[in-house]
Structure formats: C-alpha cells, structure tokens
Design a protein around this ligand. Sequence first.
Ligand code: SAH
Ligand code: SF4
Length: 407
Amino acid sequence: MRKTRPSAFSVVIVLNRSLLLFLVASAPIAQLDRVSGFEPDGYRFESCSVQMSSILSHTQESFVERIFSLLGKGKVHARLLYSHWMKMGSLEGLEVEPQARPLLEEMIRLTDFSVPGHRVAFEDDGTVKFLVELDSLECESVLIPMKAKSTLCISSQVGCKMGCTFCETGRMGLLRSLSVREIVSQVFIAKRVMKKRVDNIVFMGMGEPFDNFEAVMGALDVLTEDAGLGFGPSRITVSTSGLVDQIDAFTERADPALHLAVSVNAPNDAIRRKIMPVNRQWDMAALKRAMARYCENPRREILIEYVLMKGINDSLECADELAHYLRGLRVKVNLIPYNPQSRDRFAPPDEAVVDAFLERMRARGYLTLARRTKGQKIMAACGQLGNLQLRRKIFLDRSSQSHPGCA
Ligand code: SAH
Ligand code: SF4
C-alpha cells in the first residue's frame, strides 16, 4: 500500500503530473533535493513505500537493475537518467519523448538525488579544503592543483583507528566509516557542484581505506563507471597503512590499473612499531610478502610512502635499510617531509637531509620523489586532516559517556 504524506511536491503531482518533469528538468540541485527526498525544513517526501536509494551509491548497471526490479520495465530510460545526472549534476536538459515521461517521473520518485551539503573551510595557494556534511559530523576533502593536473584527496572515514603517532587524523580515533554515497559525494561535489577540474583522486584524506574495505571497493566501482563520473582506474590511488589481509583482497579484486600506495614510513620493525601500531599486527616481513603478491601481476607497481621525521627515520642508514627492505618489489618511492600537527611530537627534517635521503634511494636504484607539500598553512596537507571542532565534539561525547549524569 502507498504511504502518502502531503507535501508541496505531491500537490504539484496531483495538480499537474506533466508539469513535474518540467519542474524537475529545470530545477537546480537545491530544489532537486526537495523533490527527491529532503526538504530544507526537514520535511521528508515519501510518495511510495519503497526505500529510497541514493543514485550516488550505484553504478549504472546496479541503478538500472534496481529500477527494473521495482518497475519491471524502463531499462533504457534508467540508463539515460543515470548518465545524465552523473555527468551533468542535475536533471536540467534531460529530454525524453512525451509518452515516456510518466515512467521517468516514477524513476525520479524512487531515487534519492540528494547531495550532502558542503562548505569551503580554507583556500590558499590554489588548494581548497572543503568539508562535507554527514549527519552531525563532517569529513574533509582537499583539492590540490598541480602544474597541469589537479588532484582530489578524499576521505574514507571520519577519524581513523590506526593510531599512527605522527598523524593528526590518528589522534581523533575513529568516529565512523563513510558509506559509498558519502565517499562518492566528495568527488561529485568537487566536480559537479563546485565545478572544479579533477584529474586524479587519491584516498589519502581522513581514515584508513582498508578499514572500510567494502565501501571503498563499492565507491571505486561508481567512480570508474564510464557512464558516470568516468575516472579511469589509472587515475585513482588507494593508500593504506599496511593492512595485510585487505591488501590481499585488493590484489584479488581490484582492477590492475588502479594504483596502490603503502605507507611504510620506517626502515625496520623497531622504528615502525613505535610510530605505527598496525605493525604489531602485521610486521614488515608480512607486509612485504603481501606487496610481493600484489606485484605478481606485471602491470602493477606500488607507491611507497615514507614520511621523513627528524632524527626518527631520516638518516642515510635508514635509507640503506629501506632500500634493502624494498628489494625485489616493483615500487616507486615518495618521500613526504613531516607536516606539523596542532600539537607536535615530531619535527620536519632539514631540507638537506631530504635531498640526501632522496639521492641515496636513487643511487640504490629506486625511482624516488620528494613531495612538495601544499596546503600546510590551512592544515590540508598529508596527515593534517582532523579539524578542531570535530575533536572538540569527540571530547564532549567521550566526557558525556564517562559522566552520564552531566548535561
Ligand atoms: N590511512 C592511509 C591514508 C591516509 S594518510 C595511510 O596511512 O596510508 C595519507 C598519507 O599521509 C600517509 O602516507 C601517511 O603516512 C601520511 N601522513 C600522515 N601524517 C603525516 C604527517 N604529519 N606529515 C606528512 N605525512 C603524513
Ligand atoms: Fe590513519 Fe593513515 Fe593517519 Fe595512520 S596515517 S592514523 S592509517 S590516516
């Protein structure tokens, strides 16, 4: 049975169904939110008993299958609706023959087109850090324009439970993992709402992507969908702190053109155990075996990330040990000078030390680059995501848990 609540939108349907498509076709995103699930005043539009499903969580095929399973028809128009929305970011300009309009209206009613709100937190040096609203939380994304290309750094979680001692996000702990829709939204907002150019995507924002494995794999399917956002897999990099079981699962399931980055960050277990708790579960030997299995496919190579911290892991002996550790793997090495935190326990290496480390790795036969950090001032560089408001919220939540009587 149909559940119908009165709303401005359902009145429009009753008055004039054919007007609907026109309204939808000419509605900007904000209005679309209203017709497809959410109204600004919190009033929810429900014209049918079927659970709404976000278009941003679907590939074209899964969207078409869903519509077909609900309506028993409409595959061609569902395909058209999907590709139009994902490419244009609105339904404006979507034209169908008059007899197909009722069918399209039905599909629109069954679909959630809402896009999470966002706000630009800071902009500096061309780098834009924006916050995407998720219930009462926010996740952070950073758009980093390089010379010719522009890279979008996205989050897979709010916070992170891996606890790396040098990372701002790690200090927050894990608040929650993001859904497919929420991961994809970050890209959709940058490209279709903010109308920014996005050439590459890196999962190097907040969180450990492999601690949210299924949602990240689902998001990769949507992001690489030709008929949608259309990022070739070779334009996407997933970065992990070294969860061995999930690296194996990624080796099995991921398109070989996708890039994998591994944050090694230390030349031996003694140092790595101190700065990355994950090393207690999987030591560097286990990590190397998983990386070797990944590299069995000759199309694959791994980007090794190595955060250089003064006096911790930046000596030439460390470079030699790292070079020895990586022997036999197909890798490129990316050196990242430590970025300052809101409360520092480490210091960045001297520039001359970075150069010497880089040269030593090159001399040992590794293609090595040092990352020129952008966005430091706005706390948008690697390891700096984790805003203060969020941290304050965690603090308040935790203190209210430990003192349940307090307001
Ligand atoms: N959790 C994943 C991806 C997010 S972190 C991972 O750890 O790989 C992205 C990168 O930022 C990682 O390579 C991490 O080592 C690096 N990073 C963390 N804190 C940093 C800091 N303070 N300065 C520089 N890089 C940092
Ligand atoms: Fe988590 Fe990566 Fe930060 Fe470690 S470096 S705490 S895995 S986000």
